[in-house]
Design a protein around this ligand. Structure first.
Ligand SMILES: Cc1cc2nc3c(=O)[nH]c(=O)nc-3n(C[C@H](O)[C@H](O)[C@H](O)COP(=O)(O)OP(=O)(O)OC[C@H]3O[C@@H](n4cnc5c(N)ncnc54)[C@H](O)[C@@H]3O)c2cc1C
Length: 462
């Protein structure tokens, strides 16, 4: 790990990976076993930051709004959201719940080598995943979910511009990047010129589409409006942005609940995941009374929006819409999910954690008044549909913007440009697993092994 201020003015590599996050790190680590790799990360070091190294401090980063914060806050459709800005990316600011993706994800992501999928999961898990001892509150939630008819599952806790030039076939080709250090000095890094040298974007669902557009690859109207020279017109970049809506029920508890992090996720048959998060009250106003937190997110989702760049500054978060609950099916899943949480609250297994005389309507009404998004809301929950719409938050599982078959091919190569791939959450169609980081880590390793294998084979055949 080196400060960019110490980088040479000009340097040369076999691979340049942009974004040292969940996909970028396993990818760059794998490629660097045999080739020279420059991994460019805009954020600082995570080491020594107790808000990152202790799971119980999850959420403290959100309060740090400095330009150096590992968490860059943004608001869209009234929902307060965040994106990683630190070496390690989302894995370092997230809640740490680890859940492998389902077979459908591998199919959608065109990861056809099942053995390599399994090996890639194991490679990550050996170093960063462990099974927690399930604590008292999560155990009660598990029993309550079982009573409510849900299957509970223990997860495991635990100014860049791409230079493009036109090649002989008049196709643009990525060949280098310009990056700026913290003192404002510009540096240039180029590919060495080998036939298989590549620039790989792993800057996340917001960063990768943004950087493509800033590099002149994207919808012409947007590029023209910001006077960005069009290298390749690509209308699909920034399309298909989705964020799984989260709706939580904070449950006032008559007994103290030890902070447990997320240890249990209930998988329903109707496409809603119900998590427990004991002791996460600090996300909102700390109050000893609001100790149990039961968020639920829907799978998919079907509702999608778009990402647009509003200026030429890569440090700014682009404008993004997710159109939460635009598709009626998403709302139906949410309503069923909240109804299931209410059933679990009223179960025998949960009775110690709920005030006996408090009705579920009262619990919902308390939740209507809690902060968490900027949406206009009433003081009472008139229906579960309204509860879902008014209390919508994010679980930070947003994805999309560079979909397979639209922006990239089945090898994650950007259509119409040589020497350029995108490998990260921006390529995802449906959020995998109950939580996505396991699949994104696996994707980084899987693609690293694949690219490495193809290049070694090519080098040998010469
Ligand atoms: C608060 C929070 C909680 C979450 N909780 C969980 C959880 O418990 N379990 C789970 O499975 N998932 C969780 N997630 C989701 C998961 O972390 C993300 O889906 C995943 O990390 C996305 O990986 P990625 O590689 O696409 O992007 P990231 O991991 O975000 O990596 C992108 C990297 O690119 C860098 N970057 C961006 N732009 C540039 C640029 N211009 N130049 C250089 N670098 C750049 C960023 O700084 C970042 O480090 C959570 C996410 C958040 C934000």
């Amino acid at each position: 790990m080196h400060e960019a201020t110490k980088a040479p003015k000009i340097s040369f590599f076999d691979y340049i990976v942009i974004g040292g996050g969940t996909a970028g790190i396993p990818l760059a680590t794998t490629l660097s076993a045999k080739y020279s790799v420059l991994l460019l990360e805009r954020g600082g070091s995570p080491y020594g930051n107790a808000n990152i190294t202790s799971q119980l401090n999850f959420g403290n980063n959100f309060a740090d709004t400095s330009p150096d914060s590992p968490s860059q806050i943004f608001t869209t459709e009234g929902v307060i959201n965040t994106r990683a800005r630190v070496l390690g990316g989302g894995t370092y600011i997230n809640a740490g719940f680890y859940s492998r993706g389902e077979a459908q994800f591998n199919k959608e992501a065109r990861l056809m080598d099942e053995n390599l999928v399994q090996e890639s999961y194991k490679w990550t898990e050996r170093v960063m995943v462990f099974e927690p001892v399930v604590q008292e509150w999560p155990s009660a939630v598990r029993a309550a979910l079982l009573e409510a008819g849900v299957t509970p599952d223990n997860g495991f806790t635990y100014d860049h511009i791409i230079g493009t030039k036109v090649s002989g076939k008049s196709r643009p080709m990525a060949y280098g990047v310009v990056f700026e250090d913290s003192l404002g000095n510009k540096h240039r890094a180029y590919l060495k010129g080998g036939k298989k040298d590549e620039i790989i974007l792993s800057a996340g669902a917001l960063g990768s589409p943004q950087l493509l557009m800033l590099s002149g690859i994207g919808p012409r109207k947007q590029l023209d409006a910001l006077k960005i020279k069009v290298v390749l017109e690509q209308p699909f970049i920034g399309q298909g942005m989705a964020d799984n809506p989260l709706n939580a029920v904070f449950i006032p508890a008559p007994v103290a609940v030890n902070p447990s992090g997320v240890q249990i996720v209930g998988i329903t048959w109707f496409g809603s995941y119900i998590e427990e998060a004991g002791g996460f009250s600090f996300i909102f106003t700390p109050s000893p009374n609001y100790q149990g937190f039961s968020p639920q997110k829907i799978n998919g989702p079907l509702s999608m929006g778009e990402l647009k760049i509003e200026n030429r500054n890569p440090a700014d978060t682009p404008s993004v819409t997710f159109n939460y609950f635009k598709e009626p099916e998403d709302l139906r899943k949410c309503v069923k999910g909240v109804a299931t949480i209410l059933k679990a609250i009223e179960s025998k297994a949960f009775s110690n954690y709920k005030f006996a005389n408090m009705t579920v309507q009262e619990i919902l009404d308390i939740n209507m008044r809690l902060p968490g998004n900027d949406l206009v809301r009433s003081n009472t929950s008139l229906s579960l549909e309204q509860y879902c719409k008014d209390t919508v938050r994010t679980m930070w599982h947003y994805h999309g913007g560079c979909h397979i078959d639209k922006v990239i091919d089945h090898e994650y190569k950007v259509f119409g440009v040589d020497g350029l791939r995108v490998i990260d959450g921006s390529t995802i169609l449906n959020s995998p697993g109950t939580n996505p980081q396991a699949s994104v880590l696996m994707l980084g390793r899987y693609m690293g092994v694949t690219i490495l294998g193809q290049r070694i084979a090519c080098d040998k055949s010469r």
